[in-house]
Design a protein around this ligand. Structure first.
Ligand SMILES: [Zn+2]
Ligand SMILES: [Zn+2]
Length: 283
């Protein structure tokens, strides 16, 4: 596994090196800006779940899912349909393709995200994303593998099928990664009227609170969808308390398995428990 991982980095194309450099550069920039202009003061860089989020979610899970999504699912669909051979988008300028795929996927992700908050089955693969108690540039990477599997397949399948150059896949990945880090970052951004269009920490941090904002602000990249579809929430003051009100495990594997727990709220009471309750009543 390690050899395959190292080989992957040894055989990177220039546009892939550029993409990784931008993502790493942006991460460093966000860490620095979080120190200089913190939204919530006193938040530490090394916080609860930091290594889980960096090594297991951001690097290991993304790497493995990348193989499953591109070499497995997308490759299978493309081989059986042969649509990419038509090269429908091959001559469209890369920057137009990036705008087109960013906006169309963003509409999808808005509605999908909104649905995840109202459907108990879809919530199961989304709650991991809401579990960090401190929200920062890295915490957005904590997403259940099934959530990423669905959303990234929807994100990249059209790009491959329309025959776009590989650069479009790489740069679209960069846009998603950098924007994802930005909206979660602990930076005190005050973008004014721009927050009506461009989504940022001002609104997305409210989405990660335990309060009213949690079922608002579903947008990822463009805040337009929240303002347009009546789900925007931007009160005075600052978001303070983040995470879930319910129990959530701290270990990566347990977090993955937790999505498949039973829905039964009250599993049949044990005779022991029953007799205890009885005793307390008669006491
Ligand atoms: Zn959410
Ligand atoms: Zn988020």
């Amino acid at each position: 596994m390690l050899k395959t991982f190292l080989n992957y980095f040894a055989n990177l194309h220039n546009y892939e090196i550029t993409s990784y450099s931008i993502i790493i550069g942006a991460a460093i920039l966000f860490v620095i800006l979080e120190r200089i202009f913190p939204y919530n003061e006193g938040q530490k860089i090394i916080r609860e779940g930091f290594f889980n989020d960096l090594a297991l979610y951001s690097i290991a899970q993304n790497y493995i899912l990348g193989i499953i999504i591109f070499s497995g699912i997308i490759s299978y669909i493309d081989n059986t349909t042969g649509i990419s051979r038509l090269k429908l988008f091959a001559n469209v300028p890369i920057w137009i393709q990036l705008i087109f795929f960013t906006v169309t996927h963003d509409i999808y992700i808005y509605w999908m995200h909104r649905w995840q908050h109202s459907n108990k089955y879809l919530w199961r693969i989304h709650e991991a994303h809401h579990s960090p108690k401190k929200v920062d540039w890295l915490s957005g990477s904590r997403s259940h593998a099934f959530e990423i599997l669905i959303n990234q397949t929807v994100e990249f399948l059209p790009i491959v099928l329309l025959g776009s150059p590989r650069e479009v896949i790489a740069y679209k990945g960069v846009i998603s990664a950098v924007w994802g880090m930005y909206i979660h970052s602990n930076i005190n951004v005050k973008s004014g009227k721009l927050q009506l269009i461009i989504n940022g920490p001002e609104m997305h941090r409210w989405h990660h609170t335990t309060g009213k904002g949690r079922n608002r602000n579903f947008a990822t990249k463009l805040a337009i969808w929240d303002w347009l579809f009546n789900s925007a929430y931007l009160p005075e003051g600052k978001a303070e308390v983040y995470g879930l009100k319910t129990f959530f495990p701290s270990n990566f594997i347990q977090q993955f398995l937790f999505a498949f727990r039973s829905y039964k709220k009250n599993p049949s009471p044990s005779p022991f428990k029953h007799s205890m309750e009885k005793n307390s009543l008669t006491r």
